[in-house]
Design a protein around this ligand. Structure first.
Ligand code: NDP
Length: 237
């Protein structure tokens, strides 16, 4: 097994984030999750309240995590929201709220996480984007812009931080069976699933496996990558 590390998973109280946090805990790592309203997960996982649209809340969350688990070595920037609407009907608020949470919020978390990683000369930044960041999606100009933004951001971080042995990578999942997917109508779910060559949606645990691999020593030479886990939906994009 790779060395035991301190891990933070944003948006870790349900869905992909929760599956990821549990997998890291099973592998023996020290794990914290953040969410606006995290609740209690289990005794193995530190649940920290943090609205990542607020820089002060991000600083406070890191202080709480550091004092309980030590310096953060692995960040999984997974928290995200949707506010779907066709472009001509989308309000400024719908656009900016999604960018603020998904892109700027992930940036805030990564900027704060990078400081101790630089000192330790080891770190993993893992961003959960989406297949629609590269393919686009009608009704999701805000969401797809935020997810495409994560790619440029992670690649810039990979260049800035690589010489200090910090990698920055992006996952690009297709449809995953979580509350976010369940919020779509049955018709929307069926339309998306039909387009997936493997003809099914993913389970959150399937995304968690790739995230823990990227965090491991086996992935030490992977940085700036965008890794699709989408049943073939994006055909490598
Ligand atoms: P869920 O809707 O199940 O969970 C979203 C998580 O984000 C929750 O833990 C939520 O916690 C947290 N969150 C939302 N806003 C904030 C905020 N301002 N500050 C901190 N945490 C916040 O999503 P999924 O598990 O489905 O998705 C996880 C990630 O994967 C997202 O980034 C999503 O875009 C991406 N993704 C999902 C796909 C899918 O089909 N499900 C497909 C491709 C990508 P709380 O509400 O308590 O704050």
């Amino acid at each position: 097994m790779s060395q035991t590390r301190t891990v933070v998973v944003t948006g870790g109280n349900r869905g992909i984030g929760l599956a990821t946090a549990k997998r890291f805990a099973e592998l023996g790592h020290r794990v914290a999750i953040t969410a606006r309203d995290p609740g209690h997960i289990d005794d193995q996982i530190l649940a920290v309240s943090c609205d990542q649209t607020d820089s002060n809340a991000v600083d406070a969350a890191f202080e709480e995590i550091e004092s309980n688990l030590g310096a953060v070595e692995i960040l999984v920037a997974n928290a995200g929201i949707t506010r779907d609407q066709l472009m001509l009907r989308m309000s400024d608020d719908d656009f900016s709220a999604v960018i603020e949470t998904n892109l700027t919020g992930s940036y805030r978390m990564a900027r704060r996480a990078a400081r101790p990683m630089l000192r330790a000369r080891w770190g993993r930044l893992i961003f959960v984007s989406s297949v629609v960041g590269l393919l686009g999606s009608a009704g999701q100009v805000n969401y797809s812009a935020s997810k495409a933004g994560l790619i440029g951001m992670a690649r810039s971080m990979a260049r800035e931080l690589g010489s200090r042995n910090i990698t920055a990578n992006v996952l690009s999942p297709g449809p995953v069976e979580t509350e976010m997917f369940a919020a779509l109508t049955e018709e929307q779910q069926a339309t998306i699933t039909e387009q997936v060559p493997l003809n099914r949606v993913a389970q959150p645990e399937e995304i968690a496996e790739t995230i823990t691999f990227l965090a491991s020593d086996s992935a030490a030479y992977i940085t700036g990558a965008v890794i699709p886990i989408d049943g073939g939906l994006g055909m490598g994009h």
